[in-house]
Design a binder for this molecule. Sequence first.
Ligand SMILES: Cc1cc2nc3c(=O)[nH]c(=O)nc-3n(C[C@H](O)[C@H](O)[C@H](O)COP(=O)(O)O)c2cc1C
Length: 178
Amino acid sequence: MITVISGTNRSDSRTLLFARHYARLLEELGQEVELLDMAELHHGYFAGKMYDPLGNDAQLVKWQQRYILAADKLAVFVPEYNGSYPGVLKLFIDGISVIDYDGNFGGKHVALIGVSTGRAGNLRGIDHLADVFAHMGAWVLPNRLPLSRVDALLTGEELTDAGTKKSLRQQAEQLIAA
Ligand SMILES: Cc1cc2nc3c(=O)[nH]c(=O)nc-3n(C[C@H](O)[C@H](O)[C@H](O)COP(=O)(O)O)c2cc1C
């Protein structure tokens, strides 16, 4: 199973639109897919006993089991927030790491995609995140994909830019083959 993560909790996120497109694409390519939308996870565990193994947050534990431990591979979409990936994603990674470290990312292939309205496509943010995943034992695909000026790639909520569709498909095929 491949988990596709939309790495922001912002409502009306464009990142989610790209993550949905990718999830559909993987399904069309015959994969079993779960879509983790970071906006649907409450982040109240931040104020609780986040680092106390006895104080595990019930939703966080459930999400870790369903979306991370059960995944063979992951594709992670991250918008550019102030030159990097969103803090809520790091919060989630840190939160699940203290509940159960083994089985999260170790030995799993991870595809990274950056999303920005600016021109960098969050290239720096996906590099930052690649370091974190490598630290946790994941194999990050060399094809890190920055999507820039994303407003111009969408028509309403649909990805309509042919070149971007092609790049995403190419990366999805590489992830499946990895
Ligand atoms: C807190 C915040 C910081 C942002 N910082 C940047 C930035 O540094 N560079 C950039 O190109 N866009 C930046 N943006 C705009 C995002 O690239 C834009 O919202 C894009 O649609 C992807 O994010 P989304 O999934 O929240 O829509 C920022 C947006 C937010 C909410």
